[in-house]
Design a protein around this ligand. Sequence first.
Ligand SMILES: Cc1cc2nc3c(=O)[nH]c(=O)nc-3n(C[C@H](O)[C@H](O)[C@H](O)COP(=O)(O)OP(=O)(O)OC[C@H]3O[C@@H](n4cnc5c(N)ncnc54)[C@H](O)[C@@H]3O)c2cc1C
Length: 509
Amino acid sequence: MKFFCLAGPFIWSLACASLSPSPSTTGSLISTPSGTVQITKNEQCACRRLTQSFGRSVILPGQKNYTQQTVDDYWDIRAVLSPACVFVPDTADAVASALQIFSACNAQFAVRGGGHMNYPGSNNIDGGILVALSGLDSYQVHNDTIDVGPGLTWYDVYKALAPYGRAAIGGRMKTIGVPGLTLIGGFHYFNNKYGYAMDNVVSYDVVLGNGTQVVASNVSHPDLFWALKGGANNYGIVTKFTLNTFDIPQITTSIQVFNETYFPSFFEAMCHSASVDERDPIAAGMIATVAYNTTTKVASASLLGVQEGVSNPPSQFANFTKIPATQRINNVTTLSQWAETLDSPKQMFRVMFSHKTMKPDPDMLYSIYKAWKAAVDDISDVEGLYPTFVLNEITPSSLRVAQTNGVGNVWGLEPEPLMIWQFSTGWANAQDDLRVEAWARQLTEHLHSINQKKGLASEFIYMGDAGEWQDPYAGFPYENVQRMRDIRAAYDPKGIFSTLSWGGFKLGL
Ligand SMILES: Cc1cc2nc3c(=O)[nH]c(=O)nc-3n(C[C@H](O)[C@H](O)[C@H](O)COP(=O)(O)OP(=O)(O)OC[C@H]3O[C@@H](n4cnc5c(N)ncnc54)[C@H](O)[C@@H]3O)c2cc1C
């Protein structure tokens, strides 16, 4: 029997534990900067074996970088948890070894890319092993593709492509991670022409639950290739994405801000934009948000519009440009320069996302907005309340890409216009967690039920904007979910990504 010890203020007893081969459920307590949690011998076993094999790539509580990895790298304060150890692999082989160790020790683990999924357990774990992918941060630019490691942000990708005048279809804000967004769909400004981020993955390098490494592409494991296009973290850990790139050296941007008088026109312009159905569209899209200040009672709507090319003002936002605005700034720039200005700082808020989808209907959207504003006033005593109402369009042309590219994706949506209406609610204190969740959930379900009665509702749920209580798979075609489950059974027969890694949006039984 071997022993080894590690020093440090938060080091738990496992560091000096024996290397007993048979894991059991009793364990010990660990203290971390975020709390005290129980770890079982299974996770002790995995951390010990990882430490033996990878030494400095394993970070224990109390060691330098533990707080960086378990707190600072998360967007939402709620996602901060206390893993037993953090593993930071720098090769796909290391990821493969880790998965074999997790399986052998029967140890629970979570995986983090850019750390933007916002609810506890989706990308972090109490008492288990956090696999932080920040070390897999290399990229390689080819003629019309780029190979990207899962440790990169979308800003890293846009910056890497800028010297070549090319762009990829990824996230709209600076710090969002490549892997999470790409595995769940990927709303970008240019979906209307190029489809979603998932539609632009040419191949995935994946480590399966048993440690086997496969490449999923149109010609290699095509079933897995399809399932990864929206199938999230159900199949393996992706260690490399090969993405299409496009010749987009410059973009035109349009920042427009409207006061409440013009909200009906704003919603009308949004619905019109979602409904445009051109066979050869100019790539253009936006971030559309209404912010409401419960103290001043002032609401304002903003459009951050982006269009490929140098047409200034950008032609695709003409319907917004007709509306009197309190601010309007157009600019010609590059995607990387624009993304640089759109930071979404980490650890600012606790945040609840909740949303539903509907056919574009300006009057109903305006009613939803008014109901939301009144409901926000009802919880205005919540400390640090930061309510926003967000709209995301789904254009027919964006969906036609998957329909015609010979691969498809798990969403299986028909090319019809849709509008996602989302409440993104920030607040300050943990004691309000349940209240804000109940509030968001009840309001969202109530408004959706009105849309259902009016024949306006779609059951599509986008994982990136979903609250933890929502089920995105329920909105996919039933046959797609069955196919996803069959593929999961083939590639992960032991259920490593269902039972040992259980956080995030899992496919379920
Ligand atoms: C401020 C903000 C802005 C956003 N803007 C957009 C936007 O413009 N467009 C859009 O589509 N979405 C957007 N989102 C949603 C975003 O796409 C998701 O939060 C997404 O999960 C972020 O990816 P990530 O790598 O940062 O996430 P993470 O939290 O690191 O990962 C998300 C999930 O994927 C899993 N995962 C991560 N890496 C891997 C891997 N390599 N292999 C297997 N599983 C993995 C994790 O375990 C986790 O369950 C936004 C979210 C926020 C908070």
